[in-house]
Ligand binder design. Structure first.
Ligand SMILES: *[C@@H]1O[C@H](CO)[C@@H](O)[C@H](O)[C@H]1NC(C)=O
Length: 363
């Protein structure tokens, strides 16, 4: 008799842990119904009542039994993928019913290649959302204009989709945003001028879009920004003079834009900057002669600009220059001698006006 009672108690505990709230269950089933996953059967477990126990990719808060995470990655090491010997593929769209999961904190629907449709506008009502990761799909339409309502968001990752429209002005209100990745979409318009308000941001990756306008000077105030990638857009104007004073900036990619003016000396003298790509712009003037013993460039690419004058002598004092490309400019004079140059090939210097010295012809 006692044993039976214990068993019953155990049974109810497990039953309670497994079942999610009926409204969450209904929302999950609508979400599933709008998607088609023909190869792996990742939704096979999404049946019955125990959506908090064993539905693939779903997690709940054990106390409230509300769904907190949906994490569905099309490229993963999960046995489901190894067994099928392929990566994921899904079509369909993200049902707005997902917005009824009012305790959702993590939404990852990544690398399914074929999911189309728009980001449901109602997603911005999910005030607990911390991670929104929809990379590697075919999602179109715009980023919801009130994305700034998601004030707990730390990660917004929409890379490799077909998203158009502009970067919503409200984005700067996401005070805790740390990682913004919008690469490889069709986003146009200007970067909001007060973008620098995102003071927790450490990576701002906006390359391969259709952005125009200039680099907002407010970015120079972003004291946690380590990686700024604006390459392959239509960005014009000058590089903000103070950009090189940013304390933790280590990668700056501004290549393939329409940036003009001169290279700010702070960029060259910043010892923390390891990757600087300014290739394929309209930069003029001379390369600032401010390299110093703590300059450590894994890659320094200034090719395809209109730079003139000599290669600064101070470059020989740099601690390390891994990959240097100064080709396709109007540089002239003798190539400095020193350890940063020993390993470089002629291609680093070709198509200039009158450079000479090793590895080019002797002067
Ligand atoms: C710099 O950008 C150019 C043009 O976008 C690209 O071709 C080149 O490979 C980049 N350089 C480095 C070192 O990554």
């Amino acid at each position: 008799m006692l044993l039976l009672r214990i068993l019953l108690v155990v049974f109810f505990i497990f039953a309670a842990v497994d079942a999610c709230s009926p409204s969450d269950r209904a929302a999950l089933l609508s979400f599933k119904a709008a998607l088609k996953e023909p190869y792996l059967g990742i939704f096979n477990s999404w049946t019955g009542d125990s959506c908090c126990g064993g539905w693939y990719g779903v997690r709940c808060d054990p106390e409230t039994l509300k769904v907190t995470d949906i994490s569905l990655r099309g490229e993963s090491e999960d046995p489901i993928f190894e067994k099928a010997g392929r990566t994921g593929y899904m079509t369909g769209s993200i049902s707005p019913e997902i917005c009824k999961l009012d305790r959702l904190t993590i939404l990852v629907i990544a690398d399914w290649k074929g999911i189309s449709g728009e980001i449901p506008k109602c997603l911005t009502k999910l005030s607990h959302l911390r991670v929104l990761d929809l990379v590697g799909n075919k999602i179109s339409g715009e980023i919801p204009s009130d994305i700034g309502n998601l004030n707990r968001l730390t990660v917004l990752n929409l890379v490799e989709n077909a998203i158009s429209g502009t970067i919503p002005a409200s984005i700067v209100n996401i005070g805790g945003l740390m990682h913004l990745d919008l690469r490889n979409n069709q986003i146009s318009g200007e970067i909001p001028s007060n973008f620098g308000k995102l003071e927790m941001l450490s990576r701002a990756l906006l390359s391969r879009n259709k952005l125009s306008g200039s680099i907002p000077t407010s970015v120079t105030k972003m004291y946690r920004l380590a990686d700024l990638d604006l390459s392959m857009n239509g960005i014009s104007g000058l590089i903000p003079a103070n950009i090189g004073n940013m304390p933790v900036l280590s990668t700056l990619n501004l290549d393939s834009n329409r940036i003009s003016g001169e290279i700010p000396p702070t960029l060259i003298s910043n010892g923390g900057l390891g990757i600087l790509n300014l290739s394929r712009n309209g930069l003029e003037g001379q390369i600032p002669d401010v390299f110093c013993p703590d300059s450590y460039f894994m890659a320094l690419d200034l090719s395809f600009n209109a730079l003139k004058g000599p290669i600064p002598n101070s470059l020989s004092s740099a601690k390390f220059v891994g990959h240097l490309d100064l080709s396709h400019n109007h540089l002239c004079g003798s190539i400095p001698i020193g350890s940063p140059f020993d390993h470089l090939e002629a291609s680093s210097f070709t198509n200039n006006d009158c450079l000479c010295g090793n590895p080019l012809r002797t002067c």
